[in-house]
Design a protein around this ligand. Sequence first.
Ligand SMILES: Cc1ncc(COP(=O)(O)O)c(C=O)c1O
Length: 356
Amino acid sequence: MSRYFTKTLSALEPYTPGEQLAIENLVKLNANENPYPPAPGVAAAVAAAVPGLRLYSDLTNGELNRAIAAHWGVKPENVLCGNGSDENLLLALRAFCDEDTPLAFADITYSFYPVLCDLLHIPQHIIPLEADFTLDLGKYKGLHETIVIANPNAPTSLLAPVDAIEEVLRTNPDNIVIVDETYIEFAPAGATCLPLLEKYDNLVITHTFSKTHNLAGARLGFCLARPELIADMNRVKFSYSPYNVNSLTQAAGTAAIRDEVYFRWVTDKVLATRDDAARQLRQRGFTVLDSATNFLFATTDRMPCREIFEKLRERGILIRHFNAPRIDDWLRITIGTPEQMQRFFAALDEILPPQK
Ligand SMILES: Cc1ncc(COP(=O)(O)O)c(C=O)c1O
């Protein structure tokens, strides 16, 4: 930190993203990216957008918002796009929290939430998950604080029921409840809180193109909410980065979300590979939580998880280990292609030879 860095942020601990190593033949299962390429129409759509780069991007994300609205069965006025969900979370927290309006969230969840709170000077109300990592949403009833719930949660991969989230919305009528549905399309049908948008004016859903629409590198996320809340977040957006989604990303996202057939094909493949990988880990003596996401959260008493992580890394297999309380003996494994998972299991069997 230089001597010029503002004192107000001197204690800021930035978010630690999953490593992006440039190793040949690396099996990258550490950032919950989709292992398949973007939809076939994306390359041509991006190429067609190149001449338009001369101009600023569409401030309103008009066509993209219409494509997202069609996919989710909402109106374009319910959509706000941003430079990844990370930016949308920032817009939402800036709009709906301040020094006097804390943000409540779980102790084990997406670790960007506390970083944003520190950056924006928002007090944090941290509510521990249960011993089995489930979320007791009874603890969020009538809190009178802004709340963020990742559902399914990361890194635990567990899904909370919609009716319990509805109780949180109902009992916090004067505060915003953000439901981060980054992984919702890997969960069973009916898991999304979207139908609650008609009933509750305090719901903000955040979503992303990084997982099911294979565009993590394009940096595109969106919020779904009532138009009044979208207008609030737009006030923040227009005060800091009006052209926040670039033209190439707008084109890529529009083409990706219109291709429902590819989306379904990719998602079904990831789900089949996930269920097979969970079975194989359990066969090897691992405890694996029931995942509603594109990753598995697993532990074993056969070797400290940190050591497994390091030994896999030496073999060119990158998964995620968190040096964090309660989860430092767990591993988060992103679901890759069947071939990548085969290499993962071959390396794992070298480290932990199969038990007779
Ligand atoms: C729970 C959760 N929310 C938000 C994000 C950020 O998504 P994006 O890539 O759209 O910024 C992630 C990324 O992994 C995540 O796990």
